[in-house]
Design a protein around this ligand. Structure first.
Ligand code: SF4
Length: 240
């Protein structure tokens, strides 16, 4: 086995582990692992200053029950930003988004399209954990969303990915099912936005994984197109 075919095999095994057996195998996608973005010093400082400005926030009741404020993590000049719902238990304890089981899955999904959490930026609609991981209340979202909007205006990505319905509805202000929002390209303040499952939903129902792989391939392809990177000749999955 050549080094290239060994890498291809390793890649495909990884995809199957992540996304199930509905992959249609094609050319290896080693070339997927390459894009990076330049870090703009002013964005680093602006984002850090904004973090300092809001990290003691008590504007909604969640401020009183949080352990740690969860601002976001990643490359402040990222071309791709992923937006989740709210911190969970581990995130609340560690002060970083997507560090629990769902976060580990998200890391693997990013790796499957050739990206790391250091290259993208990851954040949530809410910066503080709702008790017992209950759904965010509309008043909490309304109170916190200006922070998210400001973060996005500083980072200025080329593509936003909303992970789950709460993030999608918050950003798009539309009341549609996740099924209806997947596979489309929306516009958020002049930035393209795509919608897929929250990783926690994939942990609860692994039957969604083949569709998630379809979404992530589309995200990868659009991201690369927007970033001026060559397309990846990789495996394609069946989905609906
Ligand atoms: S959830 Fe948002 S608005 Fe509420 S206290 Fe935390 S940072 Fe402030």
């Amino acid at each position: 086995m050549t080094p290239g075919s060994a890498a291809a095999r390793s890649y495909l095994v990884r995809q199957q582990t992540l996304f199930g057996d509905q992959l249609l195998l094609g050319e290896a996608a080693d070339s997927a692992i390459e894009p990076d973005t330049k870090v703009d010093g002013s964005q680093v400082e602006e984002l850090a200053a904004f973090n300092r400005e809001i990290r003691e926030c008590q504007e909604c009741p969640l401020g009183a029950t949080r352990t740690k404020f969860v601002f976001g993590v990643g490359n402040p000049a990222a071309d791709l930003v992923l937006v989740g719902e709210a911190p969970g238990r581990q995130e609340d304890l560690q002060g970083e988004p997507f560090v629990g089981q769902a976060g580990k899955l998200l890391d693997k999904m990013l790796a499957a399209i050739g990206l790391s959490r250091q290259q993208v930026y990851i954040l949530n609609v809410l910066k503080c954990r709702p008790p017992e991981n209950r759904d965010p209340r509309p008043a909490e979202v309304d109170q916190c969303q200006p922070y998210l909007n400001r973060q996005l205006s500083i980072i200025r990505p080329r593509l936003i990915v909303a992970l789950g319905r709460v993030a999608a509805r918050t950003l798009l202000k539309i009341d549609e099912s996740l099924k209806n929002m997947r596979g489309r390209i929306f516009n958020y303040e002049g930035i393209e936005l795509m919608v897929t499952y929250h990783p926690a939903a994939l942990l609860r129902n692994s039957g969604f994984k083949p569709n998630a792989w379809v979404d992530f391939q589309a995200i990868r392809d659009r991201y690369r197109e927007l970033a001026g990177l060559p397309p990846v000749e990789g495996p394609r999955a069946a989905g609906n």
